[in-house]
Design a protein around this ligand. Sequence first.
Ligand code: SF4
Ligand code: SF4
Ligand code: SF4
Ligand code: FES
Length: 703
Amino acid sequence: MINLTINSNPITVPEGTTIMEAAKANHISIPNLCYLEDVHKFGSCRICVVEVKGAKTLQAACITTVFNGMEIQTNSEKVRKARKVIYELLLSDHSKECLSCKRNQSCELQELGKTLGVEETRFEGERSVRPIDASISIVRDLQKCVLCRRCVTVCNEVQGTGILNAQNRGFDTVIGPAMDLPLGAVNCVFCGQCTVVCPVGALKETDGIQKVWRALHDKNNRVAVQVAPAVRVAIGEEFGLEPGSQVTGRLAAALHSLGFDDVFDTNFAADLTILEEGTELLTRLKEAITGKGSVLPMITSCSPGWIKFIEHEYPEQLAHLSTCKSPHTMLGALIKSYYADQVKVKPQNMFVVSVMPCTAKKFEIAREEMKNNGVPNVDAVITTRELAAMIKEAGIDFLSLKDEEFDHPLGMSTGAADIFGLTGGVMEAALRTVYELVTGRELPFDGLHVAPIVGLDQIKTAEILIEDPVKEYSFLNGVTLRVAVTSGIKGAAVLMKQLRNGHSPYHFIEVMGCPGGCITGGGQPRSHDSEVRIKRLRGLYSEDEGKVIRKSHENPYITAIYTEYLRHPGSHISHELLHTHYKKRGEFNEFTKEKFVLSPEPSTRKKYEIAADREKEKKQQTPIRKTRSEQESERILMLEAENERLKKELSDTIETVDILKHVISDSKYKSEMKSKTEMKSKPELKNKPEMRNKQEIKSKSEN
Ligand code: SF4
Ligand code: SF4
Ligand code: SF4
Ligand code: FES
């Protein structure tokens, strides 16, 4: 253990702890901007600087580890002045369009300004001009990027997709795909995990709200909405509730209040998926065991980010994917066929909106494969965050709503459907049904939860021995069913490498594109609660446990739709409406010309260029004729004012440079920090400015 003091308070923490972690564990808050709990990689913003006794420069608390006897001040005058200057320099190259910014009032940069007590920004230097990159799922507005690199960490370290990186150097640094390509033209999987961690309005989902309002106001449409399982344990956070709070009844009420004609539940189609996917699995197993040849393992196909990943990176393995569409596109297809028929509305006049925890679903609905007779299964996807914004815009007091139910017949679901929203849930729901169909007995796990695949580990596996099956499935007698579950693209890559190398021992694999599954999808509320994933996960399990019916095949409305319309799982009509195929894309999109770029033209550049042109024009206007003495006195006044301004700027600059000298990190010092002994023997340290600070200094010096 390490003993140190923070603000003169003695503290003991484990070895390897950073100053930031030590402070947090002892309820001392250090302002920060780029810090990302658990996966922090780069100390790029320097907002978290603190004073360490014996160190020549201020130290970044998030990346400096503690040592025995360390004396830290987190709130000295030097520290507070330094943070303010760094903040002002950040703002000097920021668009500052708060009033019209999507992140207004949920922006960490705004919040930081309040925390630091910044009331003015003194630096107005050269502004970088960056285009807006709009893809079908995500918009990058780099005019607002503060180069914190959180997105880089998530894209590379958490998802392992490696799309976002720092390009160019110094003042020209931008965060984005290589060669300045737009997101929609590269192998980005549109998971949206980068939009969740971005502290400002630089990364966000592509707007779906306006399209939904237009549909709601169009009297020619009948507008149906459906809600994914994970939305119900997260949307409450947007209204101040704890993560995992169950607000299903209020959610249905809010959707009715917004004016949707039909309020359905994607959970209904989750139950349907289990029947279709379970049948597909049993067919593939039978073909494999009876020597007919079949592609195993079968892999789930409900996560569009995962689908895009396999299409780009493992196109030769597409046959392993289940042919089932994702639950919301299945429901969309049913709404525009079975239900449209019931209510006597033409499919093209039925507008289907999906409320999803996911940004990749915006890409999914644009796929040609998600259409029937040229009509898209789903017309608009909005994220959980966007639905909350619509509820607020409509002036609905979410917290005081009375519980309502989803509409029938496509709103009734079982507990098995609820757990589709978390990692391991689709597998558990499938096993509840498949095991019971095969053996006639209930799945032999406490509370129907398959314990080895419950939780947030990256890869989970389970084995289930099948004994004494019913006659129809006698070919499975004595078979040990091997299953694997993973969430996050990085985990998927591990299982896919096994498959490519011919070493995959599994019959059935569940893959979700986001770490933890849809509960932490890219469209879910942003949160500072480190326990958020586990709280939402518990919320969904408890929603499942609260249901009377917890197995998909026992949903009476599912039985009814097969009797009335679909006939049986895997029928011809089921295949037409509920199944699909996927596309080989290749790592560099070499197998398809498809791009998902919405606005290749840099609209922001135009705006700034227009402003600069106007300024130029103004200067070039012919001045009104004045007498010589009038001109002289005007000139003297101007010179005096300019003199005052320069004096103030000079004094600010001297102070800023002085402060920056204390902030710029010293790598030699950092290596020496590891040992108290070395620290004591080398108190004098040298400065080595980092890229970030070079940029700031350049910006300042150009003022
Ligand atoms: S990102 Fe934040 S600070 Fe920047 S314009 Fe938007 S709300 Fe304002
Ligand atoms: S959407 Fe996902 S894959 Fe694409 S850039 Fe963001 S984190 Fe990376
Ligand atoms: S896009 Fe957002 S998360 Fe990425 S570096 Fe810029 S501000 Fe940070
Ligand atoms: S929070 Fe420490 S450098 Fe950004």
